[in-house]
Ligand binder design. Structure first.
Ligand code: SF4
Length: 382
């Protein structure tokens, strides 16, 4: 049987954060429950069609999945177990925002099979949290974290954002220090990306241009400061025993996120819920993003086969995000041609620039290559 990853989207949040362009919004409980029922119907529809697949990971994301009524969440998970072949040792992650759980809620999730919690802290500095428009304080996060450990969660990720307005490397170090003290098993540290259509874009769009041009910025950290933050994060987390296994992800040994590794290795995944995307046997599907249509039973609105060229590009872009990179053997097995047959020039050129290292059939970015990853990865466009 082939492997399959499931992503379940719960698009509700108390309040929209100022930088967020995800498909998420606030709504009343009646709508949330109607959404959960529509999601259950979607699971019942696709489960029987995916009987040849073995589900190795489930990721319940959002939005704020922990805002949904916990009994409904358990019903959603139980429906998945009924309709899909879920592996007994599947990694089952739930995203959780500080202040949206109770000990009883966490206990229910754990009993329903959730074995990994991903807590959206973003910063340990309350002023930065306010700037981001988050609804919680660091203290609220601490309570959530403690409750999660007490409920028996042995695999916890903490999400952080760097590059926040007015942030310096030293300020970000304080966040790292406060987080590492708690010994989470996994830390994701993403750089803030200012997306069009968000309040942050309106407030900081001129600074983004200056930042990208390497000029002095008003509010956002300069390009040099962003680089200092990246290097400091890598050093500090390495010293604390976290291995950087991907550009933005750090884990204690054995706690890498299987679900994300599946994305970077182009595993089949099925997205369930509003706006969710899927990749099944090299065809991309997207669900409707219209809530009313979804509640009325409309599901997939787009189906696009991924060309062989695009498959090769994705294989390289995604695979090289990981420290372990890609192997010649995988490329040959997937595409039936040696990697040099397609990418000889790019490989030689990046190796000569010391951006790529190749040994024992493995190809990976060097540290310099990671620093210049946008440039390095662009060389694999066909
Ligand atoms: S909690 Fe997450 S999904 Fe919700 S608005 Fe904030 S950033 Fe967006």
């Amino acid at each position: 049987m082939k492997n399959l990853e499931l992503y379940v989207h719960i698009p509700f949040c108390f309040k929209k954060c100022a930088y967020c362009d995800f498909l998420s919004f606030s709504c009343d409980e009646k709508t949330q429950l109607a959404y959960a029922d529509a999601l259950i119907r979607e699971i019942e529809c696709y489960g029987p069609q995916m009987k040849d697949y073995f589900v190795t990971t489930i990721f319940v994301g959002g939005g704020t999945p922990t805002w949904l009524n916990e009994d409904k969440m358990v019903e959603i998970l139980d429906t998945i177990y009924t309709y899909f072949n879920v592996s007994a040792d599947a990694e089952i992650t739930m995203e959780c925002n500080p202040g949206t759980v109770t000990a009883a809620k966490l206990e229910k999730y754990r009993r329903a099979g959730v074995n990994r919690l991903s807590i959206g802290l973003q910063s340990a500095d309350d002023e930065e949290l306010q700037i981001l428009g988050r609804i919680h304080t660091f203290d609220k996060f601490l309570k959530t974290y403690e409750m999660a450990r007490n409920a028996g969660f042995a695999n916890i990720n903490v999400d952080l954002i760097s590059g926040i307005p007015y942030q310096t490397a030293e300020k970000f170090l304080h966040t790292l220090q406060k987080v590492v003290r708690l010994k989470p098993n996994h830390i994701s540290s993403y750089s803030l990306i200012i997306e069009k259509g968000t309040p942050f874009y309106e407030a900081y769009k001129f600074d983004v241009v200056k930042q990208e041009a390497g000029m002095q910025t008003e509010v956002l950290p300069t390009e040099d400061e962003v680089y200092r933050i990246t290097k400091l994060t890598q050093q500090y987390l390495a010293n604390a025993g976290y291995e950087q296994y991907e550009i933005s992800n750090f884990a204690q040994p054995g706690f890498e996120c299987e679900h994300n590794i599946g994305y970077w290795t182009r595993e089949n995944y099925l997205g369930l819920g509003l706006g969710a995307a899927s990749l099944i046997e090299n065809v991309r599907y997207s669900n409707t993003s219209d809530l009313d249509a979804y509640l009325e039973g409309e599901l997939r609105v787009e189906e696009v086969p991924v060309s062989r060229k695009a498959q090769m590009e994705e294989f390289m872009f995604l695979g090289l995000r990981m420290q372990r990179g890609v192997t010649r053997q995988q490329f040959q097995a997937e595409f039936g041609v040696p990697i040099e047959g397609i990418y000889r020039d790019a490989l030689e050129h990046l190796k000569a620039e010391e951006l790529l290292e190749m040994s024992a059939g493995r190809i990976a970015l060097t540290e310099k290559g990671q620093d210049l990853s946008n440039y390095a990865l662009a060389q694999f466009l066909l």
